[in-house]
Design a protein around this ligand. Structure first.
Ligand code: FPP
Length: 296
């Protein structure tokens, strides 16, 4: 019985190797008993077990990379915003077309969704297409919208785990993309964890639109009324903004919402921004003292 208790403790502490060694050493009846109990536990606690295994795999991966951090001690921000920069330069480095960089950049998103949301983050915002990006070649613009279309239709095909919210203009994007985005927004409206895509977005335009709304509706120009006149309401401001590719600018991104955000810049190009890089950013965020104007 004591052995059973010990093995249970090993599972809780994620000492899986010790658990398996002990399993080999005990007699056949207890082995059977443990296998049955394990199957019952797997049936009832699937989600917890997946989470446990995920943490184990992630920690091993980070250790292999030489990064010795205890991920459980890291506090993930409630809302993280990303300026996904450097796709073009990344592709150029590989002697490939810019679109190759956008495809690889888009492939990063699932890992980031999964990792952030399972560590406590509730909102993720991505600067997918800036108003200024209309200045790019038609071919690149069409390719970016096609990548977004394909990625989202695949990702939201049979799972509706996260709420999708679009922040920006939808009147200029291709019709089929607009239709898809609206449909996913409607279908996922009741999900808790939220992915916000800033599409055809400009922070300045959002502010001007908010002012217009205040004037048109004869509202008091208060902070609350202003915040409620932005593209999306009820989403807390980002706690952390991450910009990749070595550029240290905000580039018309969430000008109102970033007032108190912690800024993190990394030289890594977006397609190389993997979970190790994400952990580095969150670890850096954990070292910051957020004072909101209160004396140090
Ligand atoms: C910035 O890199 C990247 C973009 C303007 C496009 C980002 C879009 C995606 C990654 C697709 C996202 C897909 C979904 C599903 C949301 P850049 O082209 O400015 O790079 P550069 O500065 O090196 O030229």
């Amino acid at each position: 019985m004591l052995e059973l208790l010990y093995m249970f403790l090993l599972i809780i502490k994620q000492k899986f190797v010790l658990f398996i060694i002990l399993l080999f050493r005990i007699n056949i009846m207890i082995k059977l008993y443990i296998i049955i109990l394990t199957l019952i536990a797997i049936y009832f606690y699937q989600n917890e077990i997946i989470k446990c295994l995920d943490t184990f795999v992630k920690k091993s991966y980070l250790r292999l990379k030489g990064i010795n951090i205890d991920t459980e001690k890291l506090l993930y921000p409630k809302h993280i915003a990303f300026i996904m920069d450097g796709n073009g330069r990344w592709a150029k480095k590989q002697k490939k077309e810019r679109t190759f960089g956008h495809i690889n950049g888009a492939n990063n998103l699932e890992d980031i969704f999964y990792n952030c949301f399972s560590n406590g983050t509730q909102y993720l915002t991505f600067y997918v297409f800036a108003e200024q990006n209309w200045k790019r070649s038609k071919e690149e613009i069409d390719n970016i919208f096609e990548i977004i279309y394909k990625k989202l239709s695949l990702y939201f095909k049979d799972q509706m785990k996260y709420r999708l919210v679009v922040q920006g203009r939808l009147d200029r994007v291709p019709k089929k993309l607009k239709k898809l985005l609206t449909s996913i927004e409607n279908k996922t409206a009741s999900c808790e964890k939220t992915v916000i895509l800033c599409l055809d977005y400009s922070g300045r335009r959002e502010i001007v639109n908010a002012c217009k709304n205040i004037i048109d509706n004869k509202l008091e120009p208060t902070v609350e009324n202003f915040a409620n006149s932005l593209y999306v309401k009820g989403i807390p401001d980002p706690d952390l903004i991450i910009r990749t590719s070595g550029e240290k600018r905000i580039s018309d991104f969430l000008l109102w919402q970033l007032s108190y955000a912690e800024l993190y810049f990394t030289d890594v190009y977006w397609p190389d921004f993997n979970l190790v890089e994400l952990e580095k950013a969150v670890r850096d965020y954990n070292s910051r003292q957020r004072r909101y104007g209160v004396a140090a």
